[in-house]
Write a new protein. Structure first.
Length: 260
């Protein structure tokens, strides 16, 4: 119960402090409403948008593309990261090209993805998958390779098979790294979804932000930003919860959770 209170109370206090600073900055510096809206105006935009139902199709479009792309990107990254970690040959063949792909600005290839996959949800899913891939790939590869050498030697002494060693030693040892990658990929994947909607879309929260900017409707822009924040926070908190429940042997995570 105490842990739950801390989880809820601390972020709530931070949110209240930020709102107070927001209101104070508007009053002190006389910031016009067309530049920074008052919290009440943003709350009204959220209320009208979600009660009237205008925001929901855009919300679910962004959520759907983000979830599908995230699952695809992270799933592929775990498979390829495992292959590269387990085989130096795969590393020599694949690693340079994976780094080259990551080094390419995604906003630069967004128009190309649009040409290849069209204006529908497919191009958004591909962009999310690309953004989610690299942190998941690196964390998987590093996590598997940092398996305790003494444990590996012990398993080899008992003539354990390579498959047995992987699933019973390497994968549990890498689980903490994998979940860290999953958290990072949630945020990057959501960025990918919004970027792809900026490039060309008639749906999604990114599209709504762009449309609102044309009309200087900053309250709607802030409302959409808060909706994106809600998706990102919910995703990362879900991954953290699964990490805590499934990877209970992760000493680093337990130590962080016990820190006051």
């Amino acid at each position: 119960m105490q842990e739950i209170m801390k989880t809820i109370l601390y972020p709530a206090l931070t949110a209240l402090a930020l709102i107070a600073a927001w209101i104070a900055s508007i009053e002190v510096f006389n910031v016009p409403n067309y530049l920074v809206p008052e919290p009440g105006a943003v709350l009204h935009a959220l209320k009208v948008g979600y009660i009237d139902g205008q925001y929901w199709p855009h919300f679910f479009f962004t959520l759907k593309s983000a979830v599908i792309g995230y699952v695809m990107g992270c799933g592929l990254a775990i498979v390829i990261g495992t292959m590269v970690a387990e085989s130096r040959t795969f590393e020599r063949f694949l690693y340079p090209y994976i780094v080259a792909l990551q080094s390419t600005p995604k906003i630069a290839i967004a128009p190309l993805i649009l040409v290849w996959f069209g204006f529908g949800i497919e191009s958004k899913v591909v962009m999310v998958a690309l953004m989610s891939f690299f942190p998941m790939f690196i964390n998987t590869m590093v996590g598997i390779r940092q398996t305790n050498a003494s444990m590996l030697n012990l398993m080899q002494v008992f003539s354990a098979s390579r498959t047995h060693i992987f699933f019973n030693v390497k994968l549990p040892a890498a689980a903490g790294h994998i979940f860290a990658g999953l958290q990072i990929s949630v945020v990057l994947g959501l960025i990918g979804a919004v970027v792809s909607e900026f490039v060309s879309s008639t749906q999604g929260l990114g599209y709504m932000i762009q449309a609102a900017s044309v009309n200087m409707d900053v309250a709607t822009m802030f409302a959409c930003l808060l909706s994106l924040v809600a998706i990102g926070l919910s995703g990362t908190q879900l991954i953290r919860y699964l990490h805590r429940k499934l990877v209970f042997w992760d000493e680093t995570h337990n130590a962080m959770g016990q820190t006051e």
